[in-house]
Design a protein around this ligand. Structure first.
Ligand code: PBG
Length: 337
């Protein structure tokens, strides 16, 4: 800004501000507060389970009772929302576990809303965790190729989303990237009377190596092939804008960009282009890389986490889904000028 001003007003001389801690805070252009954060949780049925995920130190697969404790701790630190991923006991080729009323996400949703009625429960709607082959849609095997069937998948996604809302979910977040899914899910919800349940669309979701640790956590690695036929190529920005436009058109209430740090330009463009409520997902490897370097003493974990989450807010994220939500919230609420 100063260079533009200097050109326009030759007499303008920026004064050097002494950035005392209080001024630093008073003049911050971007704020990062606990209420901007959403904590992802990996839930299983049963009780007393807290299974570490080796590639994500500090993150666990949790049984429903443990998930309630984890959510409570985050909530006490000021994190208002969680995002649930379910791990079913059995998988098949039709993802029947995804809409099972006794499934892990449905059970966890009920328990969380009972224990913490004001906690915002967001559920991930996708089929990869429930499919024996680990893909996000129905797979058809032809003579020498396999295809993901877009349209038959939509119906299952709609049923899954409805079963989450039926269990008490406040918001559903479809992450499958099938075409037309936002409209299909909106219709599935509306036709069952869930007209008030909002949808966060994973609108700009890139086919990314940064999802690696997540697939260990959610046990959802594809057994063959990859997700490049339905997730976006990292070279494309305009395509991301088109995806977002389509999802808004189909009825998305918030849009997401994912991963976050490697796609800050997309975040900025999505926010400036649409001015829509925009969510960034700091995905698993973004977390794991910071954990790994911090464990070796190579970086200052707190400093790097705060700085990178400020970057997401600066780039346009209204909300940030992050595995570090609880720590960040604790640091941020302890901050005094
Ligand atoms: C499911 C899904 C994935 C993530 C969120 N929802 C994995 C994938 O697409 O393979 C990744 C989140 C993360 O890496 O933290 N489709």
């Amino acid at each position: 800004m100063s260079s533009r001003l200097v050109g326009k007003f030759p007499e303008y001389r920026p004064r050097r501000l002494r950035r005392t801690p209080v001024l630093r805070q008073m003049l911050a252009e971007t704020d990062l507060r606990p209420h901007h954060l959403i904590l992802p949780l990996f839930v299983r049925t049963g009780s007393g389970l807290r299974k570490p995920i080796s590639s994500m130190p500090g993150v666990f697969q949790l049984s429903v009772d443990e998930a309630v404790k984890e959510a409570q701790a985050a909530y006490n630190a000021g994190v208002p929302a969680v995002l649930l991923f379910g791990i079913p006991e059995t998988k098949d080729e039709h993802a029947t576990g995804a809409f099972d009323p006794k499934g892990s996400v449905q059970e966890a949703t009920r328990a969380l809303k009972k224990a913490l009625p004001r906690l915002v429960v967001i559920t991930d709607v996708c089929l990869c965790e429930y499919m024996s082959h680990g893909h996000c849609g129905i797979v058809e095997t032809r003579a020498n190729s396999t295809e993901i069937l877009n349209d038959p998948t939509l119906e299952i996604l709609g049923r899954a989303a409805a079963s989450h809302v039926q269990a008490g979910a406040d918001i559903v977040a479809p992450s499958d990237m099938m075409d037309g899914r936002i409209r299909a899910i909106r219709q599935a919800l509306d036709s069952r009377g869930f007209t008030e349940a909002p949808i966060i669309s994973y609108a700009a979701k890139f086919a990314s190596a940064f999802y690696g640790p997540f697939r260990e956590a959610a046990e959802s690695a594809p057994q063959f092939g990859d997700r490049r036929s339905y997730q976006m190529h990292g070279a494309n920005a305009l395509e991301a804008l088109r995806e977002v436009a389509m999802d808004i058109e189909e009825g998305a209430d918030m849009v997401m960009v994912k991963p976050a740090l490697a796609y800050l330009d997309i975040l900025w463009r999505v926010k400036s282009e649409f001015g829509y409520p925009t969510v960034a997902y700091a995905v698993s490897a973004e977390y794991s890389m910071i954990q790994a370097a911090a464990e070796r003493g190579w970086i200052d974990r707190k400093g790097v986490l705060l700085e990178s989450h400020y970057a997401m807010r600066r780039a346009g994220a209204d909300l940030i889904i992050t595995y570090a939500a609880r720590d960040l919230a604790q640091w941020l609420s302890a901050q005094t000028p």
